[in-house]
Design a binder for this molecule. Structure first.
Ligand code: ADP
Ligand code: MG
Length: 723
């Protein structure tokens, strides 16, 4: 038998006991929430008043950090952490790989008398120097300037990461080079938030709504993921090495009944989710919703929105917790955008808005958006930003894995457009004329059964096909991939919206200087935006061919693959806008471009090599063994005069030979190398990926023919339905 791994996997799962709850349920959520976070209440309790005030000011207004506070904070943080069992501390940083990196140091130092003393000075809190020179940096860290520093980000709270082998104090940091250039994903998030705050303050001032609060970009990311039993995972080289199945015939039952979507959560998964919520609550991540998603084996978790910076760090933490707790429950959490062909992939909808406690949510239209001028200018700025910088917004969600999702009829298309919905769409139409005079009413929803309540109706419906949709009081950037850091998309959004606000507010100020009233000036500017940028607004079906044709007529970019769009990162308008708002320099952008092209190439190359290896060492042998069995049996039967060679023998034989022929062709393609990374990327995209698909088609056909007891790879049916 060659399906031993599969059989063993299935019986291991069948033998699992009914899942026990793995967390302490006596703890109430309010006590649990943030108990492992060095947050405001812990700081207030442990820090001198003046220092607490100065830190709080930095956090809430974006004011400069008072360096003299560091020693005191470090001491308080250390004693808090040690009281809770911490032995080590780590500066956590976010390299361009999209992962989370940490370097652990012990609190203990020799005391000079043969013993140890717990040390953690202010300067250790503020600054670290992990070597970390192996992270991709796109040329920013040449050998003569190879130093990299981590710098404490006081706006993102430190926390304790507990695991079976100890407790570590984790301090979120920015990671920069000796020249001060950003080597990471956090630094630009902070810079872009600063840029957005500056322009948002100008907008508020225009309408007499000055505030001392920092106007923060807010992010609420919805994370989709798959869970499969780890026994299946370890039996598949493609899942282990690439995070997705490179082979696998569709199972007869897929998602056609939609019976998984929002269905009752299986007991084993619920035990997992319960622990996830528990762990994340302790870490102060405000997770709110959890449910089954469309595909079998697919789930979603969404925290409540937070400031873009904290939300991004929490998102990284959430992905880490999802993956590590899965292992404890015998699952593997697949974050890949398309782990299985033929069923839905996973995305990460990033809900975005801007605001503060004092100023409220600047993206909230109120009941009558047509006469909410401040909202309309803010909204117009977003519309303009997406229109002017659609290419950039496409590039920041690009990856080899997200390519399998964008553009397929399940996820938003690669064309960046804005969905405004009924009410706001109508207001924007009116703005093109002599100004907006009315807003469509919400109304109530009558259900037709007297016992049911009348429901207040939302002002606009939803559009699941739009990559960028207005959803009541925020925009939802739906093209982001499930495995991605949300930092890149947020940096781009914050920066281009800051720029649009800058342009629109300046225009309004200039008109006022020329003796227009505020309202006249606003009307002129809104009319211009509604007219000039109408082409980016699209409320219809984003999946349809008609939209692809129409978008081309409107001049909207349709950048289908990663190699098609990464170049956008270094186009002049992008370089200019990032420079103007001091978010990323040209060199920093170029470094990102280089790193992401390299990442694309590495990803596809590893996949292609995995295809070759699996086909040669698993699929071809299975096919040939089966062919051999058939030949032997049929020959015997022929001898007895019972039967003649059947179609199956020849089909299997032909397919196996075809498989090896295409593998040879793929190997030849892999031998072709291009010196320029982007040329290599285009080669991989245009030649190698299609060849991998051809090979897959043959292998998947074989899967439907070869005797099940000879098939080595866990099937779709098994992976998706056995839990
Ligand atoms: P749905 O699946 O209906 O889109 P969810 O409840 O799953 O909605 O997720 C919505 C996300 O949007 C949550 O993270 C929520 O906190 C976030 N959100 C709500 N209001 C805002 C806002 N003003 N700004 C940013 N995000 C928001
Ligand atoms: Mg959603």
């Amino acid at each position: 038998m060659t399906n031993t791994a599969r059989v063993a996997a299935i019986s291991a799962i069948a033998d699992l006991p009914y899942p026990d709850c793995t967390v302490d349920t006596t703890l109430v959520t309010t006590e649990l929430f943030g108990c492992n976070v060095f947050g405001p209440s812990e700081m207030q309790a442990r820090l001198p008043k003046a220092i607490f005030k100065s830190l709080s000011k930095t956090i809430s207004t974006g004011a400069k950090l008072d360096p003299s506070a560091a020693d005191v904070v470090a001491e308080a943080m250390k004693s808090w952490a040690i009281e809770r069992g911490a032995t080590h501390y780590a500066h956590v940083f976010y390299p361009l790989t999209g992962s989370t990196a940490e370097k652990h140091d012990s609190f203990m130092d020799p005391d000079g008398k043969g013993g140890l003393v717990a040390e953690f000075a202010g300067k250790t809190l503020i600054q670290g120097e992990p070597d970390a020179s192996s992270f991709p940096n796109g040329g920013i860290r040449a050998t003569f300037e190879a130093r990299g520093y981590t710098a404490w980000d006081v706006t993102s709270p430190a926390y304790l990461l507990e695991n079976a082998n100890g407790v570590t104090l984790c301090i979120p940091t920015a990671f920069v080079s000796w020249t001060g250039e950003a080597l990471d994903k956090k630094t630009p998030v902070l810079r872009s938030m600063q840029a957005l705050n500056k322009q948002a303050q100008r907008l508020l001032a225009l309408f007499g709504n000055e505030t001392s609060d920092f106007i923060a970009a807010n992010a609420g990311p919805e994370q989709e993921y798959f869970l499969i039993d780890s026994n299946f995972y370890y039996a598949r080289q493609d899942l282990m090495g690439c995070g997705r199945t490179l082979f696998g015939a569709a199972s007869p039952k897929g998602q056609q009944f939609d019976d998984h979507y929002f269905g009752a959560i299986p007991a084993r998964v619920l035990a997992y989710m319960h622990e996830i919520d528990h762990q994340l609550f302790k870490l102060g991540v405000p997770v709110k919703t959890r449910h089954n998603e469309v595909a079998p084996g697919q789930f979603e978790i969404a925290p409540m929105f937070e400031s873009a910076n904290v939300g991004t760090d929490h998102q990284q933490l959430l992905m880490y917790v999802l993956k590590s707790v899965a292992k404890k429950h015998g699952f593997e959490c697949l974050m890949h955008e398309k782990p299985f062909a033929g069923i839905n992939g996973s995305g990460k909808h990033v809900n975005w808005s801007m605001g503060s406690a004092q100023a409220g949510n600047l993206m909230d239209p109120g009941e009558t958006p047509h006469d909410n001028a401040q909202f309309l200018v803010a909204c117009a700025a977003v519309v303009r930003a997406v229109h002017v910088h659609g290419g950039l917004l496409r590039a920041v969600v690009a990856s080899a894995s997200n390519d399998h999702r964008l553009g397929a009829n399940e996820a938003p298309p690669a064309i960046l457009s804005v969905y405004l919905g009924d009410q706001l769409g109508d207001v924007f139409d009116q703005l093109k004329g002599s100004g907006a005079k009315t807003s469509k009413k919400r109304g109530t929803l009558k259900i037709g059964a007297d016992v049911l309540p009348e429901l207040p109706k939302d002002a606009g419906d939803r559009n699941r096909t739009s990559p960028f949709a207005f959803v009541g009081n925020r925009f939802e950037f739906r093209a982001v991939g499930s495995s991605q850091s949300i930092a890149g998309p947020l940096v781009a959004l914050n920066t281009v919206v800051a720029d649009s606000l800058d342009v629109l507010v300046t225009e309004i100020e200039d008109l006022i200087a020329k003796k227009k009233t505020l309202i006249q000036a606003v009307q002129i500017v809104l009319k211009r935006v509604a007219t000039e940028h109408a082409d980016v607004i699209f409320n219809g079906d984003g999946y349809s061919q008609a939209w692809h044709d129409e978008a081309a007529k409107r001049g909207l970019k349709n950048l289908r693959s990663t190699p098609d769009c990464l170049g956008e990162l270094i186009e002049k308008p992008v370089v200019d806008v990032f420079k103007k708002h001091k978010v990323l320099s040209k060199r920093e952008l170029e470094s990102r471009y280089e790193v992401y092209v390299e990442q694309y190439n590495n990803t596809v190359l590893v996949e292609a090599k995995t295809v070759v290896e699996m086909a040669k060492t698993q699929i071809y042998p299975a096919a040939m063994r089966y062919a051999g069995e058939l030949v032997a049996t049929v020959t015997g039967l022929e001898l007895l005069g019972v039967a003649r060679a059947t179609d199956t023998v020849t089909t299997v034989g032909d397919l196996a030979v075809g498989l090896m022929r295409e593998i040879a062709a793929l190997e030849k393609l892999l031998d072709t190398h291009h010196a320029k990374p982007i040329t290599e990327a285009k080669h991989l995209q245009a030649k190698v990926l299609p060849k991998m698909l051809e090979i897959r088609a043959i292998a998947d056909e074989l899967e439907g023919l070869v005797a099940d007891d000879l098939w080595p790879l866990p099937t779709y049916q098994e992976m998706l339905f056995i839990k």
